[in-house]
Write a protein that binds this ligand. Structure first.
Ligand code: SOE
Length: 388
């Protein structure tokens, strides 16, 4: 018997749109799920924008105070899509009210806040999730499957990049709607929490815990006008970040994230090199996974004259998530990763095997990001405290 799951959305920006689209569509593509999400209420500070958002997406109620939304008896789940500064307070209040909590990434402003959030959802015993959506790109999910099948063998190197260029202009203001990611008081950090965090979440999902890091960060534009105060203020975020890392399994890691890579809008790449094979993924070519097979899981070495990089077009019914979409060969996109996230989340609640990343798992990514910033400030290797 289907059960309605009433969603209360906090926020109306880019991520709230991506999530609302997913809540609306998930039941049509994963009809076996018991839960049927319904867009019940939205809360956002700017009343006219919240009203317009509610109309576009079909939310029944609109309000300007997230506390009122959490108090509503008819809300089952709170989806947090506001600047990082508000994640902790909203998540803790929602959990205390017995609501399920889905929080946009990164989990928090820092590890201490994240720990309080984990304690709150676990104390309340409510289902919880952080929206690290790139795990649900079918090609990245296939990478995980190939690793689990033993096709990569002992891992030696992991490298990843997330490159953008949208903040290069020095006259771009910081703070306020849309530009809060540039304001350290709203975001906690710059590219480390915003872009590197995606790479770290995926890296630890594919290759296990990161135990130590050494990093450098840079803030290329030192002052920007603040949209809320109108004043020129120092920029407190990191614009770019490069990291060397060690994994618990012995592999070496190399990460780069920046908003100053002219020409790149969202170049997210990852590569894993192991004893038996290698994998490579590029978000600008998201339907493809590159795979180099040196030795098959049964120990047979691939004939020398046929070895080479193989490009797998991840659009077949046999590929992760793809049996839900169109016929083989036809592609899906960014928005589908959010639909997959909800489908896995609901299935996790229904089967009792919670979907990842939970708040507890996302806290591990937060620990690595904090260690990166600590290392950049101190100029030395820092232990992350993450264990398997
Ligand atoms: C920043 O531009 C951003 O929108 C991030 O906040 C998202 O998490 C990332 O997926 C795309 O880039």
């Amino acid at each position: 018997m289907p059960k309605t799951l009433n969603v209360g959305m906090v926020g109306y920006g880019f991520m709230a749109r991506a999530h609302s689209n997913a809540w609306r569509r998930v039941a049509s593509f994963f009809p076996e799920l018991e839960h049927r999400p319904a867009l019940k209420a939205v809360a956002a500070r700017t009343a006219d924008k919240a009203r317009a958002f509610a109309e576009v997406w079909g939310y029944e109620h609109v309000g300007s105070d997230w506390r009122r939304l959490i108090e509503r008896k008819d809300i089952d789940l709170v989806d947090i899509c506001v600047p990082n500064r508000f994640h902790k307070e909203i998540a803790i209040a929602a959990a205390a009210a017995g609501k399920w909590v889905a929080c946009e990434k990164p989990l928090a402003m820092n590890t201490a806040e994240g720990e309080a959030m984990v304690a709150a959802v676990e104390r309340a015993g409510v289902p919880n999730l952080v929206w690290y959506n790139y795990r649900r790109v079918p090609a990245i999910a296939l990478a995980r499957q190939l690793i689990d099948e033993g096709r990569i063998g002992r891992p030696y190197h992991y490298r990843a990049q997330f490159l953008q260029d949208w903040t290069i202009a020095p006259d771009l203001p910081q703070g306020g709607a849309a530009l809060w990611r540039l304001d350290v008081n709203a975001a906690g950090s710059g590219v480390t929490g915003d872009l590197l965090a995606h790479c770290i979440d995926t890296a630890m999902w594919l290759n296990g815990p990161i135990t130590r890091v050494i990093a450098e960060t840079e803030t290329f534009v030192k002052e920007r006008r603040h949209q809320e105060t109108g004043k020129i203020q120092p920029v407190g975020i990191d614009d770019a970040c490069m990291v060397m890392a060690r994994f618990e399994n012995g592999a070496m890691g190399l990460f780069e994230s920046t908003r100053y890579a002219r020409g790149h809008k969202a170049l997210m790449t990852l590569e894993l090199n192991g004893e038996a094979g290698s994998l490579a993924f590029d978000l600008e070519d998201a339907q493809w996974l590159a795979f180099f097979e040196y030795r098959a899981p049964d120990g047979r070495k691939v004939d020398g004259h046929t070895t080479g990089w193989r490009k797998i077009h991840v659009t077949g019914f046999e590929h992760p998530y793809m049996d839900r979409w169109w016929v083989p060969g036809l592609s899906i996109g960014y928005e589908h990763t959010f639909i997959h996230t909800i489908a896995d989340f609901l299935r996790g609640v229904e089967t009792g095997a919670p979907a990842e990343p939970t708040f507890r798992t996302a806290l591990q990514t937060q620990r690595v990001c904090d260690a990166v910033l600590t290392s950049a400030a101190a100029g030395k290797w820092v232990e992350t405290g993450v264990v398997g």
